[in-house]
Design a binder for this molecule. Structure first.
Ligand code: SF4
Length: 423
């Protein structure tokens, strides 16, 4: 969660803003989490609006068996005419009977379930008692009340941490990489760690329910995403120790992120260099074209994904873009400390949102490129702004050396499209 903004050192200007917000809710995280945990099912307990959001964001799976669904809270439930616990038990039993492949079931709370104060954690405990060991049932909130869309993953992983086994006291220290990464990216990082000689490396979430990592005081964890404050807190409560680092976005961020782990596990400098040197050279060369396109172009961020600060650092330092305002939904000062140190002094960082004021500032600045949520993109495009949907930063594999050029291309594409339209 956010920390007070009492900035006493030189660096970017930080301030908070409160007002109307334009963000998606945490249910969105199901779109990438259901692909990541391959034997999990996400059952949203919500309204028809929630069902529409999930289906339009994830697409309807016609041929495959879907691994998410919505248990609709009907008017009878809202009016207290139905026993909602009994209804939920009935829905879950039918689901598990039909789908023996499900090993982990998430009951996902929504705005309607929170408004009627439905206790999904109690329901998850009750259902787990009946369904274990075949199925473990967990719960978390994906509601849009005072949250932004990446917090769904944070809430999901925090719930998972509570269920991870305890690491034995005599176990050797191990590295835990926290945050859902595309499988190809996870495999690349695993190879780098192996080449550095790190043999005990786990990823959270694991790809299968039975493989969730053991956690304890010997766990050293690296965050792969900047929006996992509740997950980090849950890990620290179990004794795990955070490794502060830049986030693995761009060449500089990926090198610093890997180096932070190498330092904690006493990897020699030569071994570290041998592991990453050729990947760095390739990645730097791959950024050349994007740099030509982006250098000197101005950039404005509306708050949405919580990836804004590390992405801004990458675009400014590696591609020469001019940062104007960086809006962030929440700013975790400790997790983002290294990132904030690398931003230029003149940059304005605004935590929270008053969308009308921010639109006024954006119009006054007239940036070459505006990064924003889907709801703002079309109106801004209609006004002549060039926009990038921030949700693509989460749907696209962007972490690591091999993906640095893909990340840059996400920002060159809208500018090139605009140029074509103007010809
Ligand atoms: S959880 Fe809330 S914000 Fe999200 S779709 Fe459902 S009602 Fe809308």
């Amino acid at each position: 969660m956010s920390l007070p903004l009492c900035d006493e050192r030189p660096g970017p200007n930080l301030r908070q803003e409160r007002g109307q917000r334009e963000v998606f809710c945490g249910l969105t995280g199901i779109v990438w989490l259901h692909r990541k945990i391959q034997d999990a099912f996400f059952l949203v307990v919500g309204s028809r609006t929630c069902a529409h959001l999930i289906q339009s964001a994830a697409g309807v799976m016609i041929f495959a068996e879907p691994r998410f669904a919505t248990a609709i809270i009907e008017e009878r439930d809202l009016a207290g005419l139905a026993d909602i616990d009994t209804e939920l038990d009935r829905v879950v039993s039918r689901l598990i009977e039909r789908r023996p492949d499900i090993k982990m079931l998430f009951l996902v709370g929504s705005c309607p379930s929170e408004v009627i104060k439905l206790d999904l954690s109690r329901a998850a405990q009750r259902l787990s008692q009946t369904l274990m060991p075949q199925v473990r049932v967990l719960s978390y909130s994906g509601s849009g009340i005072e949250t932004t869309f990446t917090q769904g993953e944070d809430a999901c992983l925090a719930a998972l941490v509570a269920q991870c086994p305890q690491m034995p006291e005599q176990a050797a220290p191990s590295l835990l990489v926290v945050g859902a990464l595309a499988d190809a990216v996870e495999d690349q990082f695993r190879r780098y760690f192996e080449q550095m000689g790190l043999t005990r490396v786990d990823f959270l979430p694991a790809r299968h329910a039975a493989d969730m990592p053991a956690i304890g005081p010997k766990t050293r964890f690296l965050l792969a995403q900047p929006f996992l404050s509740d997950t980090a807190r849950a890990l620290e409560e179990r004794g795990a120790i955070h490794i502060p680092a830049l986030f693995p976005l761009g060449v500089e961020g990926t090198e610093a992120w890997l180096r932070a782990a190498a330092k904690v596990f006493d990897v020699g400098e030569q071994v570290f260099q041998d592991t990453i040197a050729s990947a760095i050279a390739r990645a730097q060369a791959s950024l050349h074209r994007a740099r030509e396109k982006l250098a000197g172009r101005s950039l404005f961020f509306f708050p949405d994904s919580q990836l804004e600060v590390p992405i801004a650092r990458f675009l400014s330092r590696e591609l020469g873009m001019e940062l104007t305002e960086i809006g962030v939904p929440y700013l975790h000062r400790r997790h983002l400390a290294a990132e904030l140190d690398l931003l230029p002094d003149h940059v304005q960082i605004v935590e929270g949102q008053d969308v009308e004021l921010q639109l006024d500032r954006c119009r006054a600045i007239k940036p070459d490129l505006t990064v924003c949520g889907l709801g703002l993109a079309n109106p801004l495009e209609a006004e002549g702004f060039t926009t990038k949907w921030s949700i693509e930063l989460v749907f696209t594999p962007v972490q690591g050396f091999e993906q640095a050029a893909d990340l840059a291309e996400l920002f060159t594409r809208p500018l090139m499209r605009r140029e074509l339209l103007e010809v």
